[in-house]
Design a protein around this ligand. Structure first.
Ligand code: ATP
Length: 463
């Protein structure tokens, strides 16, 4: 089974490279570990994911507003948040092959509940107790150094023009939500929001991840989509349950099969947290965290009040009651959703004795919505007509014009990138003004009037 699943991931990785979804970073220089670049179709897919998330989180919710805070922030923020002191993973090294690994992951591999929040001492005790069972995931040896906590914040020399800039580093943000917390008062003072309300943000985050495995699942540079919702203290858990339901239904609306989703409740909570759940997805390499939904109490604004000296409490406009808002959050990586969508959509089918590879994305998410072909590339009148159609439809949808190779090859290429509709102009089109529209999933073809194409796409793409 494991072999089969690895195979599934390999197929996705290979398709992503071959068809322009995801490229390894700096490839011509031998690569750059744990960083990936999104190619022409990858960026379309990412944009579609972000668009749907923003629509669901901001556009459809009257009390949630957006934000785009900077990547660089005052280093004090990361002290207040606890990241400088405690944002770390337990690192161990294999004495044989010198691979650096996460000790909590090695324990999880032998079904021992562990996580990065455990103390160094506790992790080392568990490692010692299970030393006969724990193997290096690279070489299989059972000889490791002791686990040591390794801080994940990425440092920069921004604004520091001395030689030794390691002393007072400015960090690249390790999560986007700190930018939300420190702008909470700006939003409150400038917008007509009252508690409860939320602030949503999409942006890059950076972590010096020890192990970067599993393709775009865990990378050192990634994009987060986070929404922080500010509530009255006694409403926190009620709002939390609503947010959990809302997030689950979001994934259902993207066409994710419910049997591939499950809840994971955190057992080891950080001291301030009320409750924490992850939504896990059944990735080709097993059940893993897709998104975190956490009830965080008033820790975040409390810390920033303390460290900044600014009062971040809220005054209820009706009752004049004063309190520090409690926060519930939803936090997910764009790359993890993209990998989930690829895994969910990847299909191989037998058609006429051949294997057809199709990405059966929800049609709203497909990178290219329609491909327009002239049946033959050496017939100028067909090329001209197909270009005319492309030039109209491109204003509404991401379309592609393709006259390369035979029509079967063109269909196969579009199937592989998940294009819902292929539109072919043939000689009849010049006579009767109709074209053939082929559906990606059913492969059924129908004749549609050229002037009805836009209406047809709008109806069927659910856009
Ligand atoms: P993990 O346990 O997988 O390291 P985490 O619990 O540290 O993740 P959070 O800090 O809660 O993750 O981050 C929220 C979300 O951001 C995660 O659910 C995930 O979708 C995304 N995310 C976190 N780290 C990475 C990463 N290195 N690469 C890609 N996405 C990430």
């Amino acid at each position: 089974m494991a072999e089969k699943n690895n195979n599934a991931l390999e197929k996705i990785v290979s398709l992503c490279k071959r068809r322009g979804f995801v490229f390894p970073s700096s490839e011509i220089y031998g690569g750059f570990a744990a960083v990936y670049d999104f190619g022409p179709y990858g960026v379309e897919l990412e944009n579609a994911v972000k668009r749907e998330w923003w629509r669901n989180m901001v556009q459809l919710r009257e009390n949630v507003v957006g934000l785009d805070s900077a990547i660089f922030m005052s280093p004090k923020i990361w002290e207040a948040s606890g990241h400088v002191a405690g944002f770390s993973d337990p690192l161990i090294e294999c004495r044989k092959c010198h691979a650096r690994l996460r000790a909590d992951h090695l324990l999880e591999d032998i079904d021992i509940a562990a996580d990065e929040k455990m103390s160094e001492e506790k992790i080392n005790t568990l490692l010692e107790e299970n030393k006969d069972k724990i193997e290096c995931s690279k070489c299989g040896a059972k000889d490791f150094t002791k686990a040591k906590k390794f801080n994940l914040l990425v440092k920069s020399n921004l604004g520091n023009f001395t030689q030794d800039w390691s002393k007072d580093p400015v960090y690249l943000r390790g999560e986007t939500c700190q930018g939300i917390y420190v702008n909470y008062k700006n939003v409150l003072d400038s917008m007509r929001v009252q508690i409860p309300f939320g602030i949503a943000q999409i942006g890059k985050a950076f972590r010096n991840e020890i192990t970067a495995r599993q393709f775009i699942f865990r990378t050192r540079e990634f994009e987060q989509m986070e929404m922080q919702y500010f509530t009255r203290p006694e409403k926190e858990m009620e709002e939390y349950e609503k947010l959990r339901e809302y997030r689950w239904s979001f994934y259902k609306s993207l066409g994710i099969r419910e049997e591939n989703l499950r809840w994971h409740k955190h057992e080891n909570l950080v001291f301030y947290a009320k409750e924490a759940y992850d939504i896990e997805y059944n990735f080709p390499f097993g059940w893993k965290e897709l998104e975190g939904i956490h009830a965080r109490g008033n820790y975040d604004l409390g810390q920033h009040s303390k460290y900044s000296g600014k009062d971040l409490s809220y005054v209820d406009p009706k009752t004049q009651e004063k309190y520090i808002p409690h926060i519930i959050e939803s936090s997910v990586g764009v790359g993890r959703i993209v990998l989930m969508l690829l895994a969910e959509a990847y299909t191989e089918e037998e058609v006429g004795g051949e294997t057809r590879t199709v990405l059966k994305f929800d049609k709203r998410l497909a990178p290219i919505k329609a491909a327009i072909f002239p049946l033959l590339r050496n017939k100028p009148e067909l090329v001209k007509k197909a270009k005319e159609i492309y030039d109209v439809l491109k204003y509404k949808y991401m379309c592609e014009f393709d006259d390369n190779g035979n029509i079967g090859k063109r269909y196969r290429r579009q199937d592989e990138i998940g294009t819902p509709y292929c539109i072919t102009v043939d000689f009849d089109s010049l006579e009767d003004g109709t074209v053939t529209v082929r559906d990606r999933d059913t492969m059924q073809q129908e004749r549609i009037k050229i002037e009805k194409l836009e209406e047809y796409l709008t109806k069927n793409l659910n856009a």
